[in-house]
Design a protein around this ligand. Structure first.
Ligand code: ADP
Length: 312
């Protein structure tokens, strides 16, 4: 679907329409089109065409985007040919959970599944590294959201050698080339999925080290949020640069036209949510979904069905 018709379809008119257009342009710049990737070139505090004063407009646009997604999800389910996989990655406190709540809120839970991937259990560790993710891939007609994903295998596992040891792979399989091999395996896996009808879009919520600290301190100040803080958050902060390198390698090696990565600025949550909604709108618009032809297209048959129901 052409970009302008997506914007018209969104129902964003006047000032909203202009802002939606500028948003689309801004979001396009977040897509990773070439390697190498340098995260220092991506400003986590960017808010695209908006300033903090525009937050009301941003909220209105988010509503328009989520309404559009809700409508298109119905078409996705009715047509039943495509699956959509949204991969969500980010450092601790990047805002993944709240983003899912705000952006996916309108979707029908019957055709949208969110799977969170934490530390693998014993059964998962005894299988190849893609196994557990494959079990949660979305079926045709549905949307799957991975809150963390197979990418943890080239991020946290790369940064922490004890996690690779826990996988009990034979030493001949874990030489220095293991990370490049895994990245190639992931790219091939996603290529395979896209050739089998899964549209993939991958989001890296890019939060700054300062903003992450503020969010952690906020959690510690508020007893209702203590449960969200874990001592491992501090440990991972100490490995900030190692994570940056792992992310840069992963984004550069696996962003393809079929399964692109977007580096979304995440220091301002209100903007990150809107940017992700816009990315999803444009990903789904590319599928050119049609509502399937009604079984009773003939007006006379429709009239007969109505009459039969009224008499029943
Ligand atoms: P979140 O931080 O996403 O809100 P949790 O607090 O449950 O969720 O943390 C999940 C943890 O699991 C993270 O520290 C993440 O790095 C870790 N994890 C995810 N996948 C793997 C994996 N394949 N191997 C080891 N650790 C993993």
């Amino acid at each position: 679907m052409a970009r302008d018709s997506v914007l018209a379809d969104l129902g964003a008119k006047g000032a909203d329409g202009g802002a939606a257009h500028e948003l689309t342009e801004a979001v396009r710049r977040y897509r990773i089109d070439r390697a190498p990737v340098c995260l220092a070139d991506h400003d986590p505090a960017d808010t695209g065409p908006f300033t903090t004063r525009d937050r009301g407009l941003a909220r209105a646009l988010l509503r328009a985007h989520t309404a559009w997604l809700t409508d298109r999800q119905r078409a996705l389910a009715a047509q039943g040919q495509w699956a959509v996989l949204v991969v969500l990655q980010g450092r601790d406190a990047a805002g993944k959970d709240s983003l899912i709540r705000h952006v996916m809120s309108g979707l029908n839970p019957q055709s949208c599944d969110v799977t969170s991937f934490g530390v693998p259990n014993e059964e998962e560790l005894r299988h190849d590294f893609l196994w557990r993710c494959q079990r949660h891939l979305p079926a045709q007609g549905t949307v799957g959201v991975f809150n963390r994903s197979h990418y943890e295998e080239v991020l946290v596992v790369r940064v922490r050698p004890d996690l690779l040891r826990a996988q009990r792979l034979h030493p001949s399989l874990v030489g220095p080339g293991v990370w490049d091999q895994r990245l190639r395996d992931i790219a091939a896996f996603e290529d395979y999925l896209s050739r089998n009808g899964t549209a993939i879009v991958k989001i890296f919520l890019n939060v700054s080290k300062e903003e992450q600290k503020e969010r952690f301190l906020g959690r510690l100040r508020n007893p209702a949020k203590h449960f969200k803080f874990s001592p491992s958050d501090i440990r991972d902060r100490e490995h900030w640069d190692a994570y940056t390198e792992a992310y840069e390698a992963a984004l550069g090696a696996t962003s393809t036209p079929e399964a692109p990565w977007y580096v979304v600025p995440a220091d301002r949550k209100w903007f990150a949510r809107l940017a992700v909604a816009s990315i999803l709108v444009h990903t789904i618009a590319e599928l050119d979904l049609e509502h399937p032809a009604p079984l009773l297209a003939d007006p006379e048959e429709l009239q007969a069905a109505r009459a039969a129901l009224e008499d029943a």
